[in-house]
Structure formats: structure tokens, C-alpha cells
Design a protein around this ligand. Structure first.
Ligand SMILES: *[C@@H]1O[C@H](CO)[C@@H](O)[C@H](O)[C@H]1NC(C)=O
Ligand SMILES: *[C@@H]1O[C@H](CO)[C@@H](O)[C@H](O)[C@H]1NC(C)=O
Ligand SMILES: *[C@@H]1O[C@H](CO)[C@@H](O)[C@H](O)[C@H]1NC(C)=O
Ligand SMILES: *[C@@H]1O[C@H](CO)[C@@H](O)[C@H](O)[C@H]1NC(C)=O
Ligand SMILES: *[C@@H]1O[C@H](CO)[C@@H](O)[C@H](O)[C@H]1NC(C)=O
Ligand SMILES: *[C@@H]1O[C@H](CO)[C@@H](O)[C@H](O)[C@H]1NC(C)=O
Ligand SMILES: *[C@@H]1O[C@H](CO)[C@@H](O)[C@H](O)[C@H]1NC(C)=O
Ligand SMILES: *[C@@H]1O[C@H](CO)[C@@H](O)[C@H](O)[C@H]1NC(C)=O
Ligand SMILES: *[C@@H]1O[C@H](CO)[C@@H](O)[C@H](O)[C@H]1NC(C)=O
Length: 456
């Protein structure tokens, strides 16, 4: 083949390398993507499973479970909100472990009044401390769901719903439509409900298996682009070998402009700080950030601290500039080629993420419960820090060309804006600037894998 058609295979090779190059460029320059696909968590999704556990004279009782199958994106207070549209004239007679936010118009009913008569109910979790007779397993956590990597035991949330004026067999039931999930803000897109094999439940002693009458699944995926128009986090860099501190890019998350919007940010030394923070002139969920050149609610600082013979040490500091947010169960995802040889980590938890087999360059870091799992609102307590000790691999380790700095950083699942590679601190004796940025080899490998897979 090759010898017969050298020019053909040559042009195919050229095409392939061109495709690689394109992917390389794309993966290195595009930070916000409109697609829900996340290279570091390719199968990440939230699945909502409805198990019909019994039929009733006019409908069914279902247990609905929201599974957060995302490695590092959690749902923090004030929690999830789930909505859907009924296919016919269904009503909700009662709920356990959750409630609808509005009852709607139930004026047609006498005697027994439904919990909700709306065509498009909106459901929220109940709060912790709900009376036991209104609870079911996995409910009542105020809508907070942890991420799969951080705490799989707390990565699901359930409620029970008793539906009336509905189908009463698996032939006549119509699945609800148009699911919406807010967690707590926008960002998720849900697909249609798909009827799947009925779930099987094992009894506590595992000696008997029961099964649902009918099951359907809804899958929702996240897109940072849908969640917010501007980034929420940026990265700054420094090193022991160069006194320059490379700040977050100016205007990374917005520009400071007191003329246009005097409330866009607050000065930490301002005497009006306290009143600005508590003022309700803006929606209380909108961030109120400290005035900085980057205007980001979160800054992640990576400092290359020490160089030993066989090891090197990095200090990571996460700073909260948002006066309106305490980040609970925060997490950080960092991509750096030396994560395959992380030797020691202080005061954070760590889990290696391996989205692709054989690639071990991505780590998820999060706080220790009751110690630093809460990143407090902007102010003297609004930061957490840790040090990482890496073992050098003689064949790859270098302080040159910005190798010691992270390739990508995510805070709570959202991509942080990095300084441009040519601004990274240099080694004092670096004679010339790097011509080609060597920052993306790993991303290129990822891109190639995706490319190969797409062509397989
Ligand atoms: C959702 O995530 C689960 C767990 O990772 C995975 O098995 C499933 O295939 C995913 N679903 C979709 C539609 O991606
Ligand atoms: C519906 O129930 C019948 C038995 O009553 C079963 O054979 C069939 O597979 C079920 N269909 C679905 C979609 O669950
Ligand atoms: C689906 O829900 C959204 C938001 O609730 C609404 O804007 C849209 O019109 C709905 N679509 C259908 C087909 O019901
Ligand atoms: C439906 O969702 C459940 C729970 O997430 C999962 O175990 C099951 O594999 C899903 N079924 C399909 C066909 O995706
Ligand atoms: C601030 O906003 C005002 C009004 O939009 C505009 O005229 C001005 O040029 C802006 N200033 C800066 C420094 O961007
Ligand atoms: C953050 O937590 C502190 C201490 O628990 C509390 O005083 C403060 O009101 C909280 N701030 C916000 C915005 O929730
Ligand atoms: C990745 O590296 C970490 C730290 O050295 C190690 O604990 C983990 O087992 C590695 N995982 C894989 C899949 O190689
Ligand atoms: C870690 O470093 C050692 C020594 O340089 C090397 O032999 C090993 O392959 C590296 N990677 C892992 C995953 O341990
Ligand atoms: C430190 O790095 C900066 C680039 O960020 C460079 O301009 C400067 O010359 C470097 N300092 C030394 C002493 O090499």
C-alpha cells in the first residue's frame, strides 16, 4: 500500500498532522467552550433516575434520584432546583424529602388537595433537620450534592413523588418532558427522559432482589459558557528564581470601572465596606468582589518555592475576593506533568484524575473537613493554602520555559484564566525567550487521543 501510493499516504499523513496542529491550536487557545464536553472529565454528567416503585389507582409512586457523576463539580448551597413539564394532566398528590416551590391552581379539587397542580413543577430539596416522617434516604441536605471524586457517598440526592391523573401501567405512563436543572445557577442542559431497564434493588442482607416497575433516566451536562458569561477565577505565578510576580491577567474576569458601575467592586479599606456587603441593591447571589486589576472572585497562586536535588516544592494559595460567598467543599483541579510523581501534600486532600489511560498528570485537590474545606468570604480569613512536594524525573524536569507552572487550573469545575505563557517568570540566565510555547504537549496528546478515537 505505502509503496504503491506514496503520495497518497503522504498527503494523508500531512492531513493528519494538519488536523493535529489544528487541534493543538484549538486546545491551547480556547478556554471557554460552548460545548459541554470537558476533556478532564469526559463522561461527567448528572443523571436523574426515576424509579416507579408502585402503581396507584390513578398513577404511580416514584423515587427520583439525582446522581452527580461529575468528578469535580459539586452543587453547593442554596442547592439544586429541578423542573420538568408534565406530558398530560398529571398532578403531584404528595412528596417526601422535597417539595415544589409553588402549589399552583388546585381549585378543581375537593377534599383531597394535591401538593402541586402546576404543569411545570419546580422541586427543591428539604433542609437538614426535616422531621423524620417527611424524609427518605439521601434527602434533606438543602440541595447540596458533593462531587463523585470528592465524596461518592454524598454525591446523590433523592425524593419520592406520588403522581396522580397519570398512566397506571408501563404502557400508559407518559414520561415528563423538558427537564431543567439549576445547580444552583444555570449551566446544565438536560436531555429527554429515556426509558431504561428497571432498576434492581438488593435488600440490606443481599438475600433478595426487587425491581422497579419502570425506570427512566435523564442526563444533564454542564457547560461553563452557559453558566456565566465571564470567568470566575484566575491564576497568578511566582518562583524562587525570579522576583517577578506574574499577576492574573488584567480584566481576566471583568474590568474595574467605577464611573460606569460604582457597585461593581468594593475597596477593602473603604469605610462603607460593611454596608456595601450587606446592601441588597444587587441580587445577593451576584458576586461582590474586592477591587483588583483582574476582578475575579477567586485567585489561585502557584509559587515554585524550593529546589532540592531530587525534589521540588510548590506552594498553592487560593484567595477568595468575593464578599458574598463562603465556598463550601471547594475543589481545585490542576494539570501538571509532574503529578505522576507527587510525593507529599500538606493540608489538602488529593486524588489523581485519569481521564485517559496512561495519562496521570491531573490532580484534584480539596480541603480537609472542618479544617480548610470552607474558603471564607473575602477578608483576612478568605484564603487556604497547601504545599506540594514533587519528585523530579531527570528526563523531563526543568525550570526553563515555564515547565514548573501548571497547564490548566479549575476552581469548582470552572476553568481559571492563566497569564499568557510569554509572561511567565524566567530563569535568570535564560538567554532568549522561548520561540515555541512548550506548554501544551499534554493537551496535544489529549487532542490526538480524541482525534484517533474519532477516526477509529
Ligand atoms: C454519565 O456518567 C456515568 C458515570 O460516569 C456514565 O456511566 C454514563 O455513561 C454517563 N452518561 C452519559 C450520557 O454520558
Ligand atoms: C411493561 O410490562 C410488561 C409486563 O407487564 C413487560 O413485559 C414489559 O417489558 C414492560 N415494558 C417496559 C418498557 O418496562
Ligand atoms: C422548556 O422549559 C423552558 C424553561 O422552563 C421553557 O422556556 C420552554 O418553553 C420549555 N419548552 C417546552 C417545549 O415546553
Ligand atoms: C440510568 O441511571 C442509572 C443511575 O444513574 C444507571 O445506573 C443506569 O446505568 C442508567 N441507565 C442507562 C441505560 O443509562
Ligand atoms: C467606564 O465606563 C464608562 C461608561 O460606560 C466609559 O465611558 C469609560 O470609558 C469607562 N472607563 C474605563 C476606564 O473603562
Ligand atoms: C460566611 O461565614 C461566616 C462565618 O460562618 C459568616 O459570618 C458570614 O455571614 C458568611 N458569609 C456569607 C456571605 O454567607
Ligand atoms: C498517578 O500518580 C499517583 C501519585 O504518584 C499515584 O498514586 C497513582 O496511583 C497514579 N495513578 C495511575 C493510574 O498511574
Ligand atoms: C517517578 O519518578 C521516578 C524516579 O525518577 C521514575 O522512575 C518513575 O517512573 C516516575 N513516575 C511514577 C509514576 O512513579
Ligand atoms: C524574570 O521574569 C521576567 C518575565 O516574567 C523577566 O522579564 C525578567 O527579566 C526575569 N528576571 C530575571 C532576573 O531574569
Amino acid at each position: 500500500m505505502e509503496s504503491l501510493f506514496p503520495s497518497l499516504s503522504g498527503s494523508i499523513t500531512k492531513l493528519t498532522s494538519f488536523a493535529f496542529f489544528l487541534l493543538f491550536l484549538l486546545s491551547c487557545s480556547t478556554f471557554t467552550s460552548t460545548e459541554a464536553y470537558d476533556a478532564l472529565d469526559p463522561t461527567g454528567n448528572i443523571t436523574i433516575k426515576w424509579d416507579v416503585i408502585s402503581w396507584t389507582p390513578d398513577g404511580y409512586v416514584a423515587v427520583v434520584t439525582i446522581y452527580n457523576f461529575q468528578q469535580y463539580r459539586h452543587i453547593q448551597a442554596p442547592g439544586w432546583t429541578l423542573g420538568w413539564t408534565w406530558a398530560k394532566k398529571e398532578v403531584i398528590w404528595s412528596m417526601m424529602g422535597s417539595q415544589t416551590t409553588e402549589q399552583g391552581d388546585c381549585s378543581k379539587f375537593k377534599g383531597n388537595i394535591p401538593h402541586c397542580c402546576k404543569k411545570d413543577p419546580t422541586v427543591v430539596d428539604l433542609l437538614p433537620g426535616t422531621p423524620y416522617n417527611q424524609q427518605i434516604a439521601n434527602c434533606c441536605k438543602g440541595g447540596v450534592i458533593n462531587s463523585w471524586a470528592q465524596d461518592p457517598a454524598n454525591a446523590a440526592s433523592s425524593f419520592q413523588v406520588s403522581v396522580g391523573q397519570a398512566g397506571t401501567t408501563n404502557k400508559t405512563v407518559r414520561v415528563p418532558k423538558n427537564f431543567t436543572l439549576r445547580a444552583p445557577g444555570p449551566g446544565y442542559t438536560c436531555g429527554p427522559a429515556k426509558i431504561v431497564k428497571p432498576t434492581k434493588f438488593a435488600s440490606a442482607d443481599k438475600r433478595r432482589i426487587t425491581q422497579a416497575m419502570m425506570t427512566w433516566n435523564v442526563t444533564c451536562t454542564y457547560s461553563q459558557f452557559l453558566a456565566q458569561k465571564t470567568p470566575t477565577c484566575c491564576v497568578s505565578l511566582s518562583s524562587f528564581y525570579n522576583e517577578t510576580i506574574v499577576n492574573c491577567p488584567t480584566c481576566a474576569c471583568g474590568c474595574q470601572n467605577h464611573t460606569a458601575d460604582p457597585e461593581s467592586c468594593v475597596d477593602p479599606n473603604s469605610p462603607h465596606l460593611a454596608s456595601a456587603v450587606t446592601s441588597s441593591s444587587k441580587s445577593s447571589s451576584a458576586p461582590l468582589v474586592q477591587c483588583t486589576s483582574h476582578m475575579c472572585p477567586i485567585r489561585v497562586h502557584w509559587h515554585v518555592k524550593l529546589n532540592y536535588k531530587e525534589y521540588w516544592r510548590v506552594k498553592i494559595t487560593i484567595t477568595n475576593f468575593n464578599y458574598r460567598m463562603n465556598y463550601t467543599q471547594w475543589n481545585l483541579v490542576v494539570q501538571h506533568p509532574n503529578f505522576d510523581n507527587l510525593t507529599q501534600l500538606f493540608s489538602f486532600y488529593y486524588k489523581s484524575l485519569t481521564p485517559y489511560e496512561g495519562l496521570n498528570d491531573t490532580a484534584m485537590l480539596w480541603g480537609v473537613k472542618f479544617y480548610n474545606d470552607l474558603l471564607s468570604q473575602a477578608g483576612p480569613l478568605g484564603n487556604v493554602q497547601s504545599e506540594l512536594l514533587f519528585r523530579k524525573d531527570a528526563s523531563t524536569f526543568t525550570f526553563e520555559k515555564g515547565w514548573a507552572f501548571p497547564r490548566r487550573v479549575y476552581f469548582n469545575g470552572d476553568n481559571c484564566v492563566m497569564p499568557p505563557p510569554d509572561a511567565y517568570p524566567w530563569l535568570p540566565n535564560a538567554s532568549s525567550r522561548p520561540v515555541i510555547s512548550l506548554l501544551c504537549p499534554v493537551i496535544t496528546i489529549l487532542a490526538s487521543l480524541v482525534f484517533l478515537w474519532a477516526n477509529a
